[in-house]
Every structure is written in C-alpha cells, then in structure tokens.
Ligand binder design. Structure first.
Ligand code: PHE
Ligand code: ZN
Length: 851
C-alpha cells in the first residue's frame, strides 16, 4: 500500500472524458453493500487525443461491468479500472458497473462507513473512489441521481427528494458537482426542523438530523444556520439553491464537518449544544462551522477547485467569509484577536518548521495531509490583505464578477486573482507570491524624527523554507496610526503599501515625535520585529484606539517578560503588572477584551518567540516562568480581583450571547487567579454552584491548576460519563493541568482505560492532542511524551491513517529544541518510519518532518 506517487501541479491535464450524468443505486448492507453506477460518458472536446478511459477505484469488488449494455472485462489494478481507447466507441457511451463494498469494516472513515449503526460517507478529498469506479477529481462535474435501498427509516443524499417508499428513497441533485461533494446517510435519525424563505421567495426545508434523544440540543446550530443563510444573501448576494438543506451529526468523523451539496455532515461535537453541555467556546465554534459549511455552497460547491492544489481557493475564501460572519455576529475586535491567536499558534508554528508549505502547494503525496492551517488560516489572511489593498468596494465588485464568471466551473487561483485584476486594473503578480511562497515574513521597523518629519522604515525578510531557499519581497499592507505623547491619536489608521525589501514612509506636520501603532488589526500575517521599551508597550495598551493593537501591546510585553524570565531568570516586570492591572479594572472596556488580555501567552508561543531570537527554548523554564507570572499577577491585582469576581457573578438566565460569554470569560479568568491565592476554595464553591458548562469547566480547571479538584473530577464523571463529547473535556483538562513529569503517564492511563474508545477520532485527538498541547509535558526531557505519542500513532495508523497523520504534527516543532530532546524526538520519528505497512499518509508526514 505504501508506494504512492508524488503529484505535481505542473502536470495538470484536463480529464480525457466528460461525465454528463451519474445514476447511483445503493443496496445497503453492513458487510456487502452493492453500488450500481450508470455513467453517461463522452470524450472531452478539450482533449484532442483519443485517450483510454481510466476510472479511480480502491478496495472495490467488481461484480459486473457493461459498456453500452454489453458485458466487458476491463483492466483492473489496486487503484483503477481502465478501458483501452480502441475498445471505446467513438462518441458518447454508457458505462454500468456494479461493485461490492463493506462499510462496517471501514475504520479509515473515508468512503462509505458506519458510525453507531448509521451509514454515512466522507468523500473529500479522494474518498469517492472507495465507493465506486469514477474519475475522482474535482474538475469532473456531473449531475447525480441517487437511489438508496435500505430498511432504515431515514435515507438521505444530495439535492432534492425525488420520491420515497417502503425501503427506498430517491434524490436528484440538479447542480453539477464533483464526486467529492457526494454524500449519503442512512439511519434511525430524528430531525430538528425549521423553514427558511430565501430573498427571492424560495421556501427551503431545514433539518438537522441526530440520534434519538439529541433533538433538544440542535437549537443553536439551527439558529446559526438561519443567520448564515440570511447573512450570505445580505453581504454577498448569495441565495440558497435547493428545496432542502440537511445537516447530519455523526460521532465518528475525521474532521470538523463537510460541505456536501445540500447534505452537510458534521462531527457531532460541532452541532450539539445545550447550556449544561457546551461551553461558550463550543457555541462560538458551532456558529462558525455551521456558517463555514453553509458558505461553501457558493465558495466550493457552485464554484469548485480545478485540482487539489487549488484547495485554498475554496478554503481560504470560506474561512475568510466565516470570520467576517463571526465578526458581524459578535465583537469584531474580540474575534480578530482570537483569530490571530489561532493563526500564530497553528500557522506560524507550521510555517516555521519542516512542514512549511505555500498556501498553494506545488506537490503532494497524500492530499489529506494538506488540510492545514496554512491553506485555511493563512489562505484567509491572504484574502484579507487583498481586500485591504483594493478596498471594500472593489472587493465586492470582484466577488460579484467571480460568481458571475465562474459559476458552475472548477477554478484556479489564477482565475481568482484575474477577477481582481480585471475589476481594479492592478497587476497582482507580486501579490501572488503570497500563494506560491511559504514562510512567515519578518518585518523590521525603525523610526526617525528629524525637523518635524517622522519616518518609518520597514525591512522585510522572507526566511527560507523546505524547497524554497530564496524568496522575493512581498506586497505587505501595513496599517498604521500615530498617537501623540499625551495619548491622542494624531494620524488615524492609514494603509502603507510596502512592495520592496526596504521602504520608508514619511509623515509631516507633527508637533512632537509620535508613538506609532503599527500593523493595526494585524493587517498582514507577518512577524513584526520592533524593539520598544516596556513603557511604550504599556502606553499603547492604555491608549491605542485600535483594539487589536491595544491587546497586541500587552501581549508583546507579556511575551518579552516571559522570554526574559525563561532565558535569564529575569523578575516579573512591574511595568507589565501595572499595565495589566489598569486594563483588568477598566470597566469601560469590554469584559471579553479584558479576559483576552488576562490570558497569558501559551508556552509553545514563547518557545516560538525564543527560537525566533536564535536561542534554544527550555520547556521546563518556560513553564516555571508562566506560573510565576500568573502568581505575581494574582498578587498584584489584590483585593480588586475578588470584587471583580463578585460583580460578575450575577444571576441572569443563561444566554450564549457574546456579551454574556465575555462576562463569563472575565469571571473565570478572575477565578483562576484567585484560586492561586486561596488554594481553590472559591473555585470549589463555584464548581458546586455552576449553572453552565462554561462555569463548570472554568472552575474545574482553576482547581486542577492548583493541585485540587479530585472530588470534582469524580462528580463530573458521574454526571457526564455517558456523554463522550462532554467527557472529552474531562480528559483534556486532566492532561492540560498535569505536572510536566506526569503528563505522559496521565495521558497513558486515560487512553488505555478499559472502555475508552481510542479508535474514535474525537477521543484520540482529545487525549493525544492534549498531551501535545501540554508543552512542558510533551517535551519533558525524559522523552516519555514523545514515546507515548509515537506509540499511539503507530497503533492508530493501520486503522485510520488520516487522523494518525494529522495528529503527528505534534512533532512538527522538534528541530527547535536542544540536542538531547532532538535526539529523542528523532528516534521516535525514525521508529515510526520503520514500521511495516506504514500508511502513505503518516509516512509522508514523518518524512517531511525528518527533512
Ligand atoms: N472541506 C471540509 C471543510 O473545510 C473539511 C474536510 C476535509 C472534511 C476533508 C473532511 C475531509 O469544511
Ligand atoms: Zn471548508
């Protein structure tokens, strides 16, 4: 199985044939499902040669094959079915195949599989070939009709319902689509339903399908769906285009969710929510993912990708759109800060190590390995920059043109950039480097003040990444504002457009040397290297009018303090403590914003910062520094902290609104600090009184952090033991708060516990992911963290290569540590590589990480 070839963007060729129509019949059976496919095929006029017909297919048992009604014997190998050119009719023809597959034994969760007695599919990226023989590539678009035969009560597929009876149902999708958007679901499901009328008056039936008993946890997802549908009409002018929209929640799913046409399939953890089971973060994530999958209906489905190298065409744009949506639904400043925190912790981390790749990669072995933070999050940032550069109005006109010009097509990044060029007359060839070159640019800034002229000089460096040693200067939109020394803004936000390696910008007519606020709103995904004294950071934290940069000033200061503590045993900085105290008790500021300021940088972020300084991070020292900072902060905030906590501890009935969530976040941040002073006394009573999962988890986490909470863990498990998605929190918390020397042992005990279903991707990711996220624990010098993760990757890989490969990114930062740790990490990676029958998924990841 392991010899899989590298695919190159440069080798793209249109498919030899067109498929005008697809008729599928499924006779469902756990171990012997029959799939009958009738394909109406003709030669592709875009291809002048007369080629053979090659269909993808993996793990299929061919029962019969007919060409224009005549039985034939095609050539089969492990990956395909081929009919030689001379055996094909000259014009159009019909090909019928019947295959047998076994969904029950499908543990990889690609193709047709079973989850808790229900059938479901996952076809992106290349799963359809595990269902039937077909050209499994996104540029082959066709109209699908589906008949499902099964005794299960609910039978779903894409498009509109086209009839049903005892033991069968038919579906007809009028919109041509690539095979990766195909979906089928069959099970004993219950619907939470609603109606929606589109702007032009089309009524749409909305259903969220769940297991019996879960119907009462769908309200928030449904509400999010309706708001997403309205928002896409109002902001992008995009209407829904079928009579029904179905969402199904499944417990076994490799990713978050999937945008199959008219039939989105979701990991159940991103659908089900009630105040007692979901935290505020869960609510926000559900809203964002529901929106994301819905928005794909236009950006991904109506306009799809020509090939998988263009993945960011749909993902970057759809993430950008879901970020816009969340900003509109909640606080834009808070959303932006959270998005940047994620970008830095996941994408900058990836960009800085052996797995760095361009937003549009040029080659891959296993496409599943490229559903990355770079393609998604950096892909969205690139669109944000484009919008800043051309302006909001041109952006809107470009998008209208994009939808007009490419509706029904499989498009490329070149097509995408061309609509912007056509609308604005700009040449975007330099901008395109953001798609083709990997790595996070470093932006240095120097200031000069002479004769009333203030000059900012920027220098950009584009560090080498695997396969790309030398890079060119990029277009960087730098949003800047200037404050005068008393804190008033003298130059409101303007955008500087940097295009050269080094470039200066002058400001005239200022009475005094200003304090610059640079990269407002995080206007480009770069690392800003600016040396500023702590007083200046504190000044910006107090006065900046740009909420992002206000937060960023505090964050930069916290990072510097933590790095200095870890590197040279520096004391906790009083400037940082004072500045943070001022923000914490400033009631004019949004509680959510204050809570974000109180969240200390993650240890992995500090390791990244120290590495960027050219030094070697010591996980144990970083861990100690972070604890010391939190302890010092708890003391500095003094009595005000208890008062703040009491003021926020109100009795308002629960709402998942951003405003209430913000108050809860600040309350929990205060509780965490307070428990460092009282040993968890207040947190214990908060746990006992908790009226939402947010409060329950917040209190438990505060307790565990100070070495308490054993009784609470027991009562939590007693209450939630049967709800696996809720118990994920219980598992993650114990590992997150374990002492570094014990983290691996705690994770080992939990994942090895009798009855723990580690084969379920949510369970596996929770435990192994939490260990990887416990920076000092995973990187403990004993090597126990590395060993445990490697052991479990090897265990999961034969069953579910895709999830094993994704979780293996725990190792992606290994080169930044000291020789002893590197040696241990390398030994584990080599041990994985030596395993017999390693999947091509995990092999590719480990080989890239070893460099
Ligand atoms: N396309 C999905 C999304 O972005 C992600 C996904 C990829 C899901 C591959 C499953 C498999 O929403
Ligand atoms: Zn997506």
């Amino acid at each position: 199985m392991s010899e899989q070839k590298t695919v190159y963007l440069a080798d793209y060729l249109p498919y030899s044939h067109l498929i005008d129509k697809v008729d599928l019949t499924f006779r469902l059976h756990p171990t012997a499902t029959r799939v009958l496919a009738r394909l109406n095929i003709r030669p592709n006029p875009a291809r002048k040669d007369r080629d053979h017909l090659r269909l993808d297919g993996e793990g299929l048992k061919l029962v019969s094959c007919r060409l224009d009604g005549q039985a034939i014997t095609p050539t089969l190998d492990a990956r395909s079915l081929t009919i030689a050119a001379h055996e094909l009719p000259v014009g159009a023809f019909t090909l019928e195949t019947e295959v047998e597959i076994a969904p029950e034994g499908n543990t990889a969760l690609e193709g047709l599989y079973m989850s808790n007695g229900m059938y479901c599919t996952q076809c992106e990226a290349e799963g359809f070939r595990k269902i039937t023989y077909y050209p499994d590539r996104p540029d082959v678009m066709s109209r699908f009709k589906v008949r499902i035969e099964s005794d299960l009560p609910v039978l779903l597929s894409n498009g509109n319902p086209a009839g049903q009876g005892q033991g069968w149902a038919e579906w007809d999708d009028p919109w041509p689509k690539p095979a990766y958007l195909f979906a089928l679901v069959a099970g004993d499901l219950r619907a939470h339903s609603a109606k929606f009328v589109t702007a032009s008056g089309r009524p749409v039936d909305l259903n969220i399908w769940v297991r019996p008993g879960d119907e009462d946890r769908c309200a928030y997802a449904m509400d999010s769906l309706i708001r997403s549908m309205r928002w896409d009409e109002q902001v992008y002018g995009r209407e829904y285009d079928l009579d029904v929209f179905n969402i199904v929640a499944v417990d076994d799913f490799n990713m978050g969710a999937m945008e199959n046409k008219g039939l989105n399939i979701f990991n159940s953890r991103y659908v089900l929510a009630s105040p007692d089971t979901a935290t505020d973060d869960d609510y926000a994530r559900i809203e964002a993912i529901i929106a994301h999958e819905y928005f794909h209906n236009w950006t991904g489905n109506r306009i799809t990708c020509r090939d998988w190298f263009q993945l960011c065409l749909k993902e970057g744009l759809t993430v950008f759109r879901d970020h816009q949506f969340s900003a509109d639904m909640r606080s834009p400043a808070v959303r932006r800060i959270e998005d940047v925190v994620t970008l830095r912790s996941r994408q900058f981390r990836e960009d800085d190590g052996p797995l760095a790749h361009p937003v549009r990669p040029e080659s891959f072995v296993e496409i599943n390995n490229f559903y990355t933070a770079t393609v998604y999050e950096k892909g969205a940032e690139v669109i944000g920059m484009l919008k800043s550069l051309v302006g909001d109005q041109a952006y809107q006109r470009a998008l209208d043109l994009y939808f007009d010009r490419h509706d029904g097509e499989a498009a490329t990044i070149e097509d995408w950039l061309k609509v912007f060029e056509d609308v604005t007359g700009r040449d975007l060839s330099q901008f395109k480097l953001w798609y083709t070159e990997a790595g996070t640019p470093r932006l240095k800034v120097e200031e000069a003040w002479n004769d009333g002229i203030y000059t900012l000089t920027f220098t950009q460096k584009n560090p080498p990444t695997p396969g790309q040693p030398v890079k060119q200067p990029k277009v960087i939109p730098i949003k800047v504002g200037l404050l005068n020394p008393n804190g008033d803004e003298v130059v409101p936000t303007i955008m500087l457009e940097m295009t050269r390696a080094k470039q200066s910008f002058r400001f005239e007519g200022l009475a005094a040397k200003p304090v610059p606020s640079i990269l407002r709103g995080f206007s480009a995904p770069v690392v800003l290297e600016r040396k500023a004294p702590p007083e200046e950071r504190a000044f910006l934290l107090a006065h900046d009018t740009d909420a992002f940069n206000k937060w960023e000033a505090g964050r930069a200061l916290a990072k510097e303090v933590m790095a200095a503590m870890a590197l040279k045993g520096a004391p906790v900085s009083p400037a940082w403590l004072d500045a943070l105290a001022a923000v914490t008790f400033d009631d004019t500021l949004d509680p959510a914003f204050r809570a974000l300021c109180l969240r200390l940088p993650a240890e992995d972020d500090i390791a990244q910062t120290i590495h960027a300084m050219g030094r070697i991070p010591d996980p144990a020292r970083i861990h100690a520094a972070r604890r010391e900072m939190a302890g010092a902060l708890a003391i500095r905030l003094g009595e005000g902290l208890s008062r703040l906590y009491r003021d926020l501890d109100d009795n308002a009935p629960f709402s998942p609104s951003a405003a209430q969530a913000g108050r809860r976040a600040l309350k929990i941040a205060a509780l965490g600090l307070l428990s460092r002073r009282d040993g968890g006394r207040l947190a214990a009573s908060a746990f006992a009184r908790a009226r939402s999962m947010t409060e329950e988890v917040g209190a438990l986490s505060a307790l565990l952090e100070v070495g308490q909470g054993q009784a609470e863990l027991v009562s939590f498990a007693a209450r939630w033991g049967r709800d696996a998605n809720v118990m994920d929190k219980w598992h993650a918390l114990q590992i997150a708060h374990a002492e570094p020397a014990e983290a691996a042992a705690v994770a080992a005990r939990l994942i090895g516990a009798p009855g723990f279903d580690w084969k379920n991707p949510n369970r596996f990711r929770t435990v192994i992911g939490a260990l990887a996220a416990n920076h000092a624990g995973f990187h403990h010098r004993s090597g126990a963290g590395y060993r445990l993760v490697a052991d479990w990757l090897l265990k999961l890989d034969p069953l579910n290569p895709q999830t094993a490969a994704r979780v293996s990114t725990a190792f992606e930062t290994w080169p930044r540590y000291d020789a002893a740790r590197r040696k241990r990490a390398r030994a584990e990676l080599e041990r994985i590589l030596a395993a017999p029958d390693l999947s091509s998924d995990l092999r590719e990841m480990v080989e890239r990480m070893l460099g």
